[in-house]
Design a protein. Structure first.
Length: 511
């Protein structure tokens, strides 16, 4: 959502000439680029436990982060005040950090791009543009960071009702209804905890290219954690929904979704056992299984890992990495989605980026630094947790496009394997691509049919190999709407999704 320019300038008590002077001070000592990130975020949260509100919170986070680049070095400082003295001191600190150490300019873009794949007419045009820019660029020059190609403003999260204008008590009846409805639908419910959190962030960005960008970002998240008991056994389940929208998200439809999902599949949870482990086919259910796509593959496409040669996909642009039936997207343009961005945290417009198209690795996920290194336009993936952090390449909503097979056809094709649809924690090695994920629920597949419910198993594999081993892609793509948060030294809200897919030769850790 956007207010007018003066709203943001007045909120942060700054003027356009003052912003220009600050970035000019940032590059005064030979810096190549400088930018400012102002943030005012209002947070609110409530927790309903045992039918009563047991805790709640409200706070405001306010400040500015200042970045100065010189060659391949980043200087970063922040201030929790936007008075002239505090910002001036922060600029000086960032500039001093950037100026320390030997001067190493960003790698020439054409030397990185040229060997990656057979050239096309489009590639040659792009390479000529890169060489022309590089010819005019020198270490310490202001154009060392290239601006995005377009600056079209699109609002992916307009909202009707502002969370900041409503008192917290008006949300309590909705939370109480969730707790009561879940308890009423299954007599095995022992405890229900309902949480509601929301935030509104006003953002103002300015850089040494003269780009002024502003945005107001809403976020509402509701979750229910349920404890079930049966014959002395305990099962836990959590259901969540999170959207970039206002208080209008609290609808009857949302309430029914949460309640229905909360009690779904509990019979199978109590009946589930650990299967015999081994190497076998694994069918990933549509939706939440996209967490494996995010962790085991998505991180390896982030351009900072590839710029430093740390990813298994480094130097592989233009190569075939999987079946031509597979296309993988990172998307900041899904309306109201948790991972949507009108602009990323460097002022680059939100966009839809094909990482893999028809089996070919097409693009990494770029912030301005990596885009300059590779000689391409930034993809709108420069993100940060708050003004206290410098932006780095991060995912938004990462998902696989749908294929031609039905879910039933995929399951029927498996002689022996497992079907999994709910994951919890996992570990991934970016460099090698090896991963381990813990499966909360699923089924054994025997002779093309779902049989015994399974739980407490690990799925072990290698990201690039698993990608190459996907042999069937379902026609049921789904982006999960849960409260996913990605950690990479700092946290960012994201989404993930996948259609039903068949992956051959994964290791299933069971009995």
């Amino acid at each position: 959502m956007y207010n007018n320019e003066n709203y943001y300038l007045d909120l942060f008590q700054v003027t356009r000439p003052q912003l220009e002077n600050l970035v000019a001070a940032g590059i005064k000592e030979g810096g190549s680029y400088s930018d400012l990130f102002f943030e005012n975020t209002t947070y609110q949260d409530l927790l309903l436990r045992d039918g009563i509100v047991s805790s709640g919170g409200f706070h405001i986070d306010y400040g500015v982060g200042i970045r100065v680049l010189k060659g391949d070095r980043t200087g970063y400082a922040y201030s929790e005040s936007t008075d002239a003295k505090s910002m001036s001191e922060a600029v000086k600190a960032a500039a001093l950090i950037a100026a320390s150490g030997p001067d190493r300019p960003l790698a020439p873009a054409e030397s990185v791009l040229a060997p990656l794949r057979p050239s096309t007419a489009g590639d040659q045009g792009r390479l000529r543009q890169v060489k022309n820019r590089q010819g005019a660029r020198s270490a310490g020059s202001i154009d060392a960071i290239c601006p995005p190609v377009t600056k079209t403003a699109v609002d992916y999260y307009p909202f009707v009702s502002d969370w900041r204008t409503e008192e917290a008590r008006v949300f309590v009846p909705f939370m109480e209804r969730i707790q009561k409805e879940i308890s009423a639908r299954d007599n095995r419910v022992l405890k229900v905890i309902v949480s509601l959190s929301n935030q509104i962030s006003d953002i103002l960005m300015f850089n040494s290219l003269g780009e002024l960008t502003y945005d107001t970002r809403p976020m509402g998240t509701i979750a229910a954690s349920i404890v079930f008991t049966q014959d002395g056994k305990i099962e836990n389940k959590t259901v969540s929904r999170s959207y970039r929208t206002g208080t209008e998200m609290l609808t009857e439809t949302l309430l029914e979704e949460i309640v229905s999902e909360a009690v779904k599949g509990i019979d199978e949870r109590f009946a589930a056992r650990r299967p015999k482990g081994g190497k076998m086919s694994v069918v990933m259910g549509a939706g939440a299984s996209g967490i494996l796509l995010h962790e085991a593959m998505g991180h390896a496409f982030e351009a900072d890992f590839n710029r430093k040669g740390q990813s298994i996909f480094s130097g592989r642009i233009g190569e075939k990495v999987c079946s031509e039936d597979i296309s993988i997207v990172d998307d900041g343009t899904i309306p109201g989605n948790r991972g949507a961005v009108n602009f990323d945290d460097e002022g680059v417009p939100g966009q839809k980026t094909f990482m893999v198209r028809n089996g070919i690795l097409e693009s990494y996920l770029h912030d301005r630094i990596s885009a300059t290194h590779f000689g391409v336009s930034p993809t709108g993936n420069g993100r940060r947790e708050s003004f206290r952090y410098a932006p780095i390449p991060r995912m938004r909503a990462t998902y696989m496009l749908g294929g031609k097979a039905t879910k039933e056809d995929i399951i029927t094709s498996v002689k022996k394997g497992v079907y999994v649809d709910q994951f919890s924690n996992g570990q991934v090695q970016i460099g090698e691509g090896d991963f381990t994920f813990f499966v909360k629920s699923g089924f054994l597949i025997e002779d093309g049919k779902l049989t015994m419910p399974v739980k407490d198993i690990n799925i072990i594999g290698n990201g690039p190999q698993a990608l190459a081993d996907i042999t069937m892609v379902g026609n049921d793509p789904k982006v999960d709407e849960g409260a996913w948060t990605c950690g990479k030294g700092q946290s960012c809200p994201v989404s993930c999704g996948i259609p039903t897919v068949l992956v051959n030769n994964l290791t299933v850790g069971g009995e």
